[in-house]
Unconditional design. Sequence first.
Lengths: 237, 590
Amino acid sequence: MSEKPSRRRFLQASLTLIPVVTLAPHTAFSATPSPRGDDSTESSSKFSPRYFTASEWAFINAATEHLIPEDEMGPGATECGIPEFIDRQMETPYAHGALWYMQGPFLPDVAPEFGYQQRLTPREIYRSGIKACDSACQKNHGKPFAMLDVASQLNVLKQLESGEITMEDMSATLFFSQLLKNTKEGYFADPIYGGNKKMAGWKMIGFPGARADFMDWIDHPNERYPLGPVSIDGQRS
Amino acid sequence: MAIEKPAVDAVIVGFGWTGAIMAMELANAGLEIIALERGEMQDTPETANYPNVIDELAYSTRGKLLQDLSKETVTIRHSVNQIAVPYRQHGAFLLGNGVGGAGFHWNGMSWRAFTQDLRVRSHYQERYGEKFIDKEMTIQDYPVSYEELEPYFAQWEDVAAVSGKAGNVKGQILTGGNRWEAPRSSEYPLPPLQSIYGAQVFSKAAAELGMKAFPVPAANASSPYTNQYGVRLGPCNFCGFCEGYGCYMYSKASPQTSILPALRQKKNFTLKSRSHVLKVNTDSTGKLATGVTYIDSQGQEVFQPAKMVILCAFQMHNVRLLLLSNIGKPYDPVSGQGVVGKNYAYHMNSSVNVLMPKGTQLNPYIGTGAAGSALDDFNGDNFDHGPLGFIGGASVYHLRTGGRPIQQSKPLKDGPSWGKGWKASVQQDYQRTLPIYAQGSVMAYRDTYLSLDPTYTDVHGQPLLRMTFDWHENEFSMIKHAIDGATKIGKAVGGEVQVNLRKSGSHFDTRAYQSTHTTGGAIMGDSPNNSVVNRYLQSWDVSNLFVMGACVFPQNLGYNPTGLVAALTYWSVDHIKKHYLKNPGPLVQA
């Protein structure tokens, strides 16, 4: 609510930058027209986040687009709906830490081989991590992450990955790995979860999605599978 | 006060593979049976229907079919001097939950044991001398031989509609099968699955080195099959969604697919889900079980009296129930005394990745849980261990369980993990990466065991199970030998070979998935001094208590455990039916 108009305009502008056309590797085989047309392919720009605040949403959009950028292999994170995916995941038991054993005592300093020993849930990791990252960016560059130029953003992400940015509640590497893991999930999970729009993640590697029946191709060794992906709710390509 | 239910002949705790086998066989014998499963009811039409089950995020990523760790987990430490911490998130092993247990979401690799696997201590002493076995190694022979178990392996393979190619029928070595396998009485119920392309490449490369690969025995039906219970399985279509999923094709054997359709017709069988057993009750002497106490689906405490109690929960949970019920003497690693929790073991795995030429179409999504080729040249005692100095071995194989992109499209080692470079690497390598795996045995040691945790509790306030486990040099040497072999095969395939070897000095890492093949803790043996159960899987301490599952393995073998688990269950129930029911009491005199 306290944001300056200029920043809000920036967010709106940055979220509507959608590539015109993206050709995926399997276009040659995807002759079957989509029975649903393009109605299931709305981009993240039309999505209103339920968990993330406006400034967090700006961070998520900007950061995920670096993790999975748009290029000749296909669309990037924002066009794929990955920010939407992550926001929707924040409302699931997973993000509340409800799938994990969360009883204390917590001994976070044991050897890393013993796995996650923090009490933070994914929701808290994002809330606290974005705040800490934006504070660091404000301090070092005078702007939050989403307002930095592309080269500076890339640099900050590398610093998060290597743990160079200091955070009070956790290591920056924990925050980064949470973000990276959920970003890849949003790229490759079925489109029903809001990411992988137009099944772009699947097309990029040539995964046929929910086809799940290869009886007729098991005896075609070393031959490209001829059909494009389908999704759980019936999208084809 | 607990609600008391009418008594039954047998109460079965846990309804995975061993619970389903026990229930079916004892129901056929006319017993009144109640099976208590703490998880949800789940069956193919509701839990594994197409297309909803083809959902990598919900199932294998978030673990829809896995144990809810928020309610109960285990704690883990590497050595007796450390404080154990909870296994807070699923990682190294994936505990099952609900009707079918891990048998609902498994892959279906169905092996028999080698003859020498069941008499490891005697075999190594005979071939390599007494001094060959390290003093800290607490391995012991199974109190049952392969020859005794053979009919029960055959029975299991019929129930699970196992597809494969025999390599040894009654001593005759057959082309195309595993020449090292112990003699079988007959061929597999079904011919092998069609060979995926990667398996053809692997087999050809192995052949160039003089090794004969064979089809992995698969509880994924290669064609329609009706098993001895009259249940029909359909042919596998290589959908690539076995591990972590139920099978929508009714092709992968599971308690649901292979037994329940016949079992649920029986009026003398009742299955209660959402029923969590807290303990086995015993009488004032402590020598006889009177039944079990459980929390029912409404949260009420219930006492279920029974003439027999059969523990069929997962390996770890059976051990925990024994400890929580004060049955048997807990193992003490300092004195070496006690048996409950003793000889916990695992699998030691490593792999190599072969990067085949660009343009290769391995089509990794065409797969099934046990679709692949294996060889046993590095397994069991099929090679001279004398100059190598270690015990055990590993199965080496190429397998394609699917090409599910969230978990199975990882970039190769040292590649970029995000950005354009990551996209390029994943796109290029997805189709041409051929993994070769080595799954190796883990021996039992004085300092690897299970006990109750002094600090952490489950949702009911009962102590969690505590695992004390780390790797030993023997296993590092074993897996290096197998991976050296796998590397040679990889080089014969052609292309760049990347080796992912678990190296000496590293510690058990709970984070990345390795294997759910946890074993031991309620081991079988020939004396109450060295074991929890006798050769018929009957408790030495409480004669109307039987304990099933991989918890009875004295140490682990270089194969997936389910075939041996199931064979031991059929062996046990056959003796219960033939001898115990006529004359209840110890089947072996201590």
